[in-house]
Design a protein around this ligand. Structure first.
Ligand code: DCP
Ligand code: MG
Ligand code: MG
Length: 358
């Protein structure tokens, strides 16, 4: 296989950084974004922390009530997941322009195959800076980017100089990057694997190279054994697998908090037009429509409906979202601050229009 050039882009403290951007008075303060249990309205676990909050010992996954005890001066905010997903989709659209194939792996990270965009690794640094400034220009958010000859190394590289950093592992730098690294830092080596390896006298990635494939296969099974054998050598042939986007959505703030059906309908129509444009551009159909509501107290609610068959219709999208909005108004009494429309259950359009669409 020819040498590939793979980038891994990962946004810095993603949810928390978005909240800082939205509210500049948060800058310089420790901030944690908490998942909220929709039913009880109570705080669950921390989803994201900015670096100030990390210095106070907070981390994602930590229960929020514990975090509040540990760091009472930290700002705790409820997660606005749909909004972050919306921001994420703009970033992913931007990144797509910088590669031939892209694989989005989570809300804030993606692999980009940029092999055809440059002559070799000596040009990567320049390119990384361009990618970072494109993301910053589009969404005013920083990210960290790693480059390597495969996904394994690109991913490890992106975390080396986090936040707002970049790091490049060229093919001739793979060994010096890996050899002295603690084996626990190798992708896929968790606590239990680390223990088993330690019993074999393995502390560093370099030590792991001394263990035979047969031995690894007998201790970890054929598939995992082979993976460990390859990964400690910096080998990873896995392809960049483009994934279908799961949903297309738009969210917008209303001029004032409102419960006026006419005004909400108008917003829904215009958001639907945006979503529809993207569906057409990518040649896809949707089967599920959701209307999303951010209430006055910033809590988020959604109502969704699945249609009998996939469609690309703009009217169906808008009308369904409007009827969901009316249902919502009859059930909830809070004014609405932001409103959104999403289309999901995405499939590729067959190109055949049903008679009713002519
Ligand atoms: N996330 C979450 N729950 C977790 C971990 C993450 O909800 N247990 C969400 C919030 C994060 C986002 O996913 O902002 C991205 O996750 P990352 O692991 O990339 O973490 P961050 O972007 O927050 O921080 P970093 O700067 O380390 O990438
Ligand atoms: Mg991140
Ligand atoms: Mg991430």
């Amino acid at each position: 296989m020819e040498t590939r050039i793979i980038l891994h882009v990962d946004m810095d403290y993603f949810y928390a950084q978005i909240e800082e951007r939205e509210n500049p008075s948060l800058r310089g303060r420790p901030v944690a974004v908490c998942m909220v249990s929709a039913r009880e309205g109570s705080l669950g676990a921390i989803a994201a922390c900015n670096y100030g909050a990390r210095h106070l010992g907070l981390h994602s996954g930590m229960p929020c009530f514990l975090a509040k005890k540990k760091a009472p001066d930290c700002v705790f905010l409820p997660a606005r997941r749909e909004f972050y997903v919306e921001v994420s989709s703009h970033i992913m659209d931007e990144l797509k322009g910088y590669c031939d194939v892209m694989e989005q792996v989570s809300v804030d990270e993606a692999y980009l195959d940029v092999s055809s965009r440059m002559a070799g690794f000596q040009q990567v640094e320049d390119y990384l800076r361009r990618v970072k400034s494109a993301v910053l220009g589009r969404e005013r958010l920083t990210c960290s980017v790693g480059a390597g000859p495969n996904k394994l190394l690109a991913k490890m590289a992106s975390s080396v100089n986090k936040p707002d950093g970049h790091y490049i592992i060229a093919p001739d730098g793979v060994d010096s990057f890996l050899l002295d690294m603690p084996v626990s830092k190798l992708h896929g080596v968790g606590g239990k694997t680390e223990q088993t390896l330690s019993a074999l006298g393995v502390a560093t990635v370099g030590d792991l190279r001394n263990i035979s494939l047969e031995r690894l296969a007998s201790d970890f099974g054929a598939a995992r054994g082979k993976l460990l054998y390859d990964h400690c050598r910096g080998i990873d042939a896995s392809p960049i697998a483009e994934r279908e986007r799961e949903q297309y959505g738009r969210l917008a703030s209303l001029r004032t908090d409102t419960r006026q059906p006419e005004e909400l309908s108008k917003s829904i129509r215009s958001l639907s037009e945006d979503v529809h444009r993207r569906l057409i551009a990518e040649g896809v159909e949707y089967r599920t429509v959701a209307a999303v509501f951010v209430l006055k107290n910033l809590q988020m609610r959604a109502r969704s409906r699945t249609l009998p068959a996939p469609t690309q219709s703009l009217d169906t999208l808008a009308d369904t979202a409007i009827s969901l909005m009316k249902e919502f108004l009859s059930e909830e009494s809070s004014p609405i601050r932001r409103i959104g429309v999403t289309a999901s259950s995405i499939t590729h359009s067959t190109g055949q229009k049903s008679l009713s669409e002519y």
